[in-house]
Ligand binder design. Structure first.
Ligand code: CP
Length: 304
């Protein structure tokens, strides 16, 4: 299951549930008793895997899984399809990260239990988008009529692809796509999402040109692991560095998000700026992943 399969209405319901979980955590503390989440991570992760595991533990469930392909039977040549058939016997729900684009979809086609895409190659990262949407809604009170600046590696940065797709469903959204020309958003995002839905967007290279006009500045890391050529990566690595000096160009209500991990694209002197919201964003991911698990398992917690 790809969370972007949810309708706009269903996404609002998910965010309402996340808000209730955030306000009343005790109410949900046993909602997933005896349920098991399997985290199948064929690629490194800190936030996504651990926040999924924290989410299930917060709901009273249990977790099992692996954090690298080399410690699973994938290293012996087992296919994703066979792995998921077996995991369906052990768990109630799966979160899967895989370096191959489409691998979680293949898994879902062979699974008896819900499979959540926790990031597939340079393609999509839908549950990061759930956290992003929830964070933006909390900060601005809405998801429509916003100008969103996406900055950095827009070619390989899967979080950006999912976020563009999700936000394009709301009225009055405008994007400023800030990247070097080598790292612009892929053609399929431009054609199949932005052009198709007639979403206004502008591609710019200089962050300084975009900064005064944004409701959200969404920074991204240059995705070293997706580059074929080390030299090319090193050339791109320091292209954007957001610091307090540059933050002076931004409005008081321009909030800075980043899916993390960061490398050097946000200087640590920005962390104390009240507009820096990337650590809150990481916290919000737990509430949204709790809401997602409950929804996919069709578990409803009654009002007392
Ligand atoms: N945001 C995110 O996906 O972080 P991890 O790679 O640490 O999971």
């Amino acid at each position: 299951m790809n969370p972007l399969d949810f309708s706009v209405e269903e996404l609002y319901q998910l965010m309402d549930l996340a808000m209730d979980i955030e306000k009343n955590p005790d109410k949900y503390a046993h909602a997933c008793n005896r349920k098991k989440l399997a985290t199948l991570f064929y690629e490194p992760s800190t936030r996504t895997r651990l926040s999924f595991e924290a989410a299930m533990l917060n709901l009273g469930g249990s977790v099992l899984g692996f954090s690298e392909a080399s410690s699973s039977s994938a290293s012996k040549g087992e296919s994703v399809a066979d792995t998921i058939r077996v995991i369906s016997c052990y768990a109630d729900i799966v979160a899967m990260r895989h370096p191959k684009e489409g691998a979680p979809l293949v898994a879902a086609l062979h699974s008896r239990i819900p499979v959540i895409n926790a990031g597939d190659g340079g393609h999509q990262h839908p549950t990061q988008t759930l956290a992003d949407l929830y964070t933006i809604k909390k900060l601005h009170g809405r998801l429509d009529h916003l100008t969103i600046g996406l900055c950095g590696d827009l070619k390989f940065g899967r979080t950006v692809h999912s976020l563009i797709e999700a936000l394009s469903r709301y009225e009055g959204i405008r994007f400023l796509l800030i990247s070097p020309k080598e790292l612009r958003v892929p053609e399929y995002i431009r054609k199949d999402v932005l052009d198709k839905k007639k979403i206004p967007y502008e591609e710019v290279e200089r962050m300084e040109d975009a900064l005064p006009n944004l409701d959200i500045l969404y920074m991204t890391r240059i995705q070293k692991e997706r580059f074929f050529n080390e030299e090319e990566y090193l050339r791109m690595k320091g292209f954007y560095i957001l610091n307090e000096e540059k933050m002076k160009l931004a409005r008081p209500d321009t909030y800075v998000l980043h899916p993390l991990p960061r490398v050097n694209e946000i200087s640590v002197d920005v962390d104390d700026d009240p507009r820096a919201k990337y650590f809150e964003q990481a916290q919000n991911a737990v509430y949204m992943r709790m809401a997602l698990i409950l929804t996919l398992l069709n578990i409803h917690v009654d009002e007392k």
